[in-house]
Design a protein around this ligand. Sequence first.
Ligand code: ZN
Ligand code: ZN
Length: 709
Amino acid sequence: MRVLLLKPNTKPKSPHPHTLSPNCLYTAPQISSPTPTDFSSQLSKFTHLQNIKNGRKAHAQIIKTGCTSFPFLHNSLINMYAKCGQTYESLLIFESTQENNVISWTSAISAFVRGNMPYKAMSLFSRMRREGTQPNQFTLSAILPSCWELKNGVQIHSLACKNGFSSDVFVASALVDMYSKCLDMVGARKVFEEMGERNLVSWNTMVVGFSQSKIYGEAFGFFRGLLAEGIRPDQVTISSILSSCANTCSLWSGKQVHVLSIKLSLNSLPFVYNSLLDMYNKCRALEEAMQLFHSLRDRDAITWNVMIMGLAQNKSPEEACNYFCLMRTEGIQADDVSFSTVLYATAGLASLDQGTIIHSQAIKSGFHSNACVASSLITMYSKCGSMIDAYKVFSEMGSSRNVVSWTAVIAAHQQHGLGTRSIELFKEMIKDGVEPDYITYVCVLSACSHNGLIEQGFEFFDSMVRDHGLRPGHEHYACMVDLLGRVGRLEEAKQLIETMPIKPDSTVWGALLGACRIHGNLDIGKEAAEKLFKIEPKNPGNYVLLSNMYATKGRLDEANEVRRLMGVHGVRKEPGCSWIEFQNVTYVFNVHDRSHPKSDEIYEMLGRLEELVRERGYVVKMRFALDDMEEENKEHRLWYHSERLALAFGLISMPAPAPIRIKKNLRTCGDCHFVMKVASEIFKREIVVRDVNRFHLFKDGSCSCRDYW
Ligand code: ZN
Ligand code: ZN
């Protein structure tokens, strides 16, 4: 497409006073028409003011006066439209002539970069070189921000070296920025160290780059370097270093940065105080977070969201829900992030009543159809045990489904033991042209493992890299170990771990230990447990598992030795507790709890349950009694595990056929698992137990986990 431009020979028309018609006599005296230089300064003024309206008027006058052919005006026009965000018009002017010079090429490339069209910018850059125009330092610093792939960036870096521009401060800054965005911090540091002149922007690039690459030690190092150079940090520096403090849980450093931000008077900027709030939350310093939050005057939705998320992540989901209500009573409009955050908290509470209330509020505010909120709704319903509602939200989403919502629905089915349906949904998603991500693969691989689909599992595992360019992480390897372990192929599982390209972590070894427990393989189990003791010496679960494995084989001395080791490391087993919700109240039960007002009825129900279960061949499996720290009266204590108390309460208070939903803080024991299965059959009730690892949906005498958990 070309724009018609006036030829240079059409002389600028200026009205001659003698040719004016009589009725024009009273018009204001005409000043002589502006020169190209006048136009140029006008254009740069309008560019600076971002005043596109006046800019267009000036353009019209330039056309009228036939000044378009002046190369510098041509370039100023490209530049003005580009800087005012009018990418398309800028390019039309660029394409209107064959005689573009390096300045016009650079302006046009900048237009694409500004318009967030990096690929178009790149292809224009290539065309420029093909058509024989050599880039200068401005072209190079303009094109570098659109290098999202390291290989393009490296090519431009070598071009800059070849043409002698690599030491130019703008080019060098853009190079540091490019390497940092491509997360090649070695490259970024090299250019930074060779830079003659460094300013706040280049220092910030290093701090932000290292922080985003999760190399926090270096981020702190560069932050100290910046201070040592006497450079005054700005809000970008402070927010970025606070995020490093948050992610390393360095409360002490975080507090120092807080003091510094007060000294620099940056603490009243929303960007800074929201980062401070996030830092306190992530460092689990809830008191400090609350104090800061309540000291802020103008709290907007973002600030509230940070606080609500902090509460939800700091194991205070009830408080998170309260703050959500408070926010609304203070007249702050909840946005999509607020709804997603509070739904995350509700999912943590496993409170279906609360979740339903928030769902209806989302509908009233019109956010329920937002893809992010809808995905959170799917997860919330699924975690509260209601698959029907979860699927309903998903099916109502229609065309707004994205990878997050697909993943949420795949995860929901997988967690409810509907693995085959998960795999079907995964295939539908691919057919729909939605690219799966890291988490989608975790869900679909666990679905394969739960259903013993070994071949299919390996096929999906291979397709991750082959078809979608995703590198398998710890969670994926853990699924594959689980997949092999479940069917007893423990040697192969161990071999897979040994050939992993990344260092296996606790999830991977944990999967192997779990498989060894099921198949009673002490040799490999011991090996896995020892790795786990090194990686997470404070996790009681591993000690309990290994100790139980010894006990099952009758090797009680070794079992006790593991228990002793636990004591040596100062590890205490978290006491088991379960919760159940009834008429908007959450009831918490501990082992052998008698604090509930309806205790007598609960214990009576438990007694009856015991009789009924015994009639069906129930024998206490003493090995599970070892899950309790106290050795005496094991059978008795076992019978009063918290989830059974919650079940008995559910049976006496909730009318049939309402499902009974229980949440437990630990892994549910094999004995309770058996009792739940039988209870679901006897009472014809669906029982959902969400333990620390997974969902168990008990129905008609069997469990969705197929007795493998
Ligand atoms: Zn139990
Ligand atoms: Zn189960």
